[in-house]
Design a protein around this ligand. Sequence first.
Ligand SMILES: [Zn+2]
Ligand SMILES: [Zn+2]
Length: 379
Amino acid sequence: MANSKRDYYEILGVSREATAQEVKKAYRRLARDHHPDANPDDASAEERFKELTEAYEVLSNAEARRAYDTYGHQVPRGGGGQPGGDPFGGVQDIFEAFFGDGFSGSSMFGEGFGGASRGPARGRNAEADIELELAEAAFGVEREVNVQVVKNCSVCSGSGGKETHLCGMCGGAGAVRTVRDTLLGQMVSQSACPDCRGAGRIVDVPCDECRGSGKVSSIASRRVAVPAGIEDGMRLRVSGAGHDGESGSPPGDLYINIKVKEHPELMRDGEDLIHRMKVNFVQAALGTEFRVPTLEGDSPVTVEPGTQPGAAIRLRGEGMPRIRGRGRGDIKVVVDVMMPTRLTPEQRELLEKFEQMSGAETYNGGGASFFERLRGVFR
Ligand SMILES: [Zn+2]
Ligand SMILES: [Zn+2]
């Protein structure tokens, strides 16, 4: 799951507002410490070094960083518009390989506890859905989303108690360590304190507001800027807009699932849009002017005389905006030629006369097969 990956900012130990200079400085310092050459006996140093480099590669590239801030680790693949030059290719896959399950954000001590090196557990991530019209997905839109989030009670600051005292068992740490002798030597394990259940404090008088739970559920309203060119199934991340963490730890993120409604006449194909245009066989033979729907109203197209079934007409730059590039894709108008299904005797006679007057030369140039033309559309 993309939302359980370790944060690039966290890896480099810099804030989200860090300047390019600060990112570089942090990377240099950490890379020196974790360089495999400097840690020949530490097998995990290489992994850590790769992870650092990965984080640095993204955060040091302004465009990549912007995409990461918007999408988190689930960076969109886009419509294949930038072969080769894609700075994000496979970032997520690399991430899976580096971290595996052991590095997911949840800690081994249950909620409220982090591993010693990772600090206190962050709040859980929240999710919301946004449904968009195709044009909204194309040009971007601002939307208000209401998210149900668990917040720390403001009356008791999440402690759950009107009156509390420090837990004597753990001294307020919330965790206890136990040392056991085993065949393999001493094993040290850490677990949530049984007396305070990890809170670090014991409640004497429960808080009225949250009935002692320390948490309240609330509906948070957020304005979300949906970037132009977004696709169905993508997710947006709003950093820090998720559920509150245990007191002192940062909140989780909000992930917004994007659903794009189907347009009745324009089918999405990456950054291009496909429109099937029906013309009758006479119009296809003689040529005609047509209007086709676009994202910004109708647009005229010319059907040339002798247009074949499956022929494609491109309306350049009228498709979807490229989410990480400049410009827009095309609208590909695919010509669907209708044949008459019912002929009057006079019509039949006319067509028979036409056939008698026609030879192979009448159909010259219509050589490419229907499927070859259709393949050209989807290429
Ligand atoms: Zn309370
Ligand atoms: Zn305790």
